[in-house]
Design a protein around this ligand. Structure first.
Ligand code: UD1
Length: 375
């Protein structure tokens, strides 16, 4: 009998890639997904990209009855169901908190109940780099700084780089899991809730649990018409509509973009790697790129000569630099990112080719600035 894995949020971007990989590796896959209209459109049909062999249960993670049904006979759970969008979380506060934190609590209560009859071999939960806030920095005198925040007054003057006490710009460093956490948005706080709830309840009830702190994930199946999604899908939607990508700040802010198949592999490895149990691990590509580089690389790969537009505003809660030290994941999981940034952009562009995207970026920006959520 193949092992059966339940993926919550299994019809989503990351979930669909996990499902495809697990099926290839001989697992059976069940997905629990509410087919959220913001991602799947108002018809809320199962997405065409989802492998037909996935048993899809359409329902809400906050429904104890549905969750109990989804858990029946599964060996392990990969918990990806969440509302995702930093800006939107700052005004849909109750809903983000409810789906992400209470939804996880309901899943855990149902898992605890089920362990009495049959234990789970694993719970893998998707946490996020957002729990760090700003990444790690070093000041000009060599001091490593773990809790950097940007000053609102400086941001208002277009001074984007965080500075040290001596007024000098700080040097960004790769962020390890030990960095002091600093949640700067409702989304970040709700991801932290998910991470801790799973590790804490998992630890108390002998459900071997692994939390993965994903960095900026991109690739095929990312919702192109969702303006709250990741920057690469947003830039893709803009360029497909022959509009310039809108760059916040000055475009020199940096991230680590990790291709979605590497994320799926990290989830797969977490199902069996015992050294990862009880821990929260960074999952990234190991390479840092600026947002300006991202916009140019995507336009170049799409063969369009549309220069990005630097709007010189900042989203409240955005961090300047955050990219991971992935050595713990390499050691504990045997994780080894396979897809380079250039290769990943190429694959993304192959997928974008011929696609229709509704560009709602201006609407989303207006929603933020009307609430005073841009600087
Ligand atoms: C955030 C979360 C991350 C989460 C992801 C989901 C933080 C620190 N990180 O990442 O955990 O998984 O959202 O989407 O909260 N940008 C533009 N123009 C745009 C859109 C974005 O310039 O149209 C810039 C942003 O200002 C930011 C960078 O691109 O500097 C990346 O933005 P985004 O893709 O939204 O991800 P993060 O905010 O890094």
């Amino acid at each position: 009998m193949p092992k059966t894995i339940l993926i919550t949020g299994g019809a989503g971007f990351i979930g669909s890639h996990c499902a495809a990989l697990l099926l290839r590796e001989g697992y059976a896959v069940r997905a629990l997904d509410n087919l959220d209209a913001q991602i799947h459109g108002h018809e809320r049909r199962p997405p065409a990209y989802l492998d037909r062999r996935v048993e899809l249960i359409t329902g809400d993670i906050r429904s104890p009855q549905t969750v109990r049904r989804a858990l029946a006979d599964v060996d392990a759970v990969i918990h990806l169901a969440a509302r995702v969008g930093v800006g939107q979380s700052m005004y849909e506060v109750a809903d983000y908190t409810d789906v992400n934190a209470r939804g996880t609590a309901i899943l855990l209560e149902a898992m605890v109940e089920r362990t009495k009859e049959r234990p789970f071999s694993r719970l893998v939960v998707a946490s996020s780099m957002s729990v760090y806030g700003e990444g790690l920095y070093r000041s000009s005198d060599g001091t490593v700084m773990s809790l950097v925040e940007r000053d609102a007054g400086r941001l208002k003057s277009g001074l984007w780089e965080p500075i040290g006490d001596d007024g000098q710009a700080l040097q960004p460093l790769a962020t390890p899991e030990t960095k002091t956490l600093s949640m700067g948005s409702v989304y970040a706080l709700s991801k932290y809730d998910q991470e801790r709830l799973c590790l804490l309840v998992g630890g108390a009830y002998d459900i071997p649990t692994v939390a993965l702190r994903f960095f900026n994930v991109y690739g095929p199946n990312q919702a192109l018409s969702n303006p709250y999604t990741g920057v690469l899908a947003i830039f893709g939607a803009r360029l497909l509509n022959e509009r310039p990508p809108l760059i916040f700040e000055d475009g020199e802010q940096s991230r680590d973009f990790v291709y979605v198949s590497d994320i799926a592999e990290a989830c797969r490895l977490s199902l069996t790697a015992d050294a990862a149990v009880g821990r929260a691990l960074n999952i990234g590509s190991g390479r840092r790129v600026t947002i300006k580089q991202v916009a140019r690389a995507l336009a170049g790969a799409l063969c369009v000569s549309i220069e990005p537009e630097i709007i010189g505003e900042c989203r409240m809660g955005d961090v300047r630099h955050c990219f991971p030290d992935i050595s713990e994941a390499r050691a504990a999981l045997g994780y080894q990112p396979q897809v380079s940034f250039d290769e990943g952009i190429g694959k993304l562009v192959d997928w974008l080719d011929g696609r229709v995207a509704i560009d709602r970026v201006s609407e989303a920006l207006a929603a933020l600035s009307s609430r005073g959520l841009t600087v």
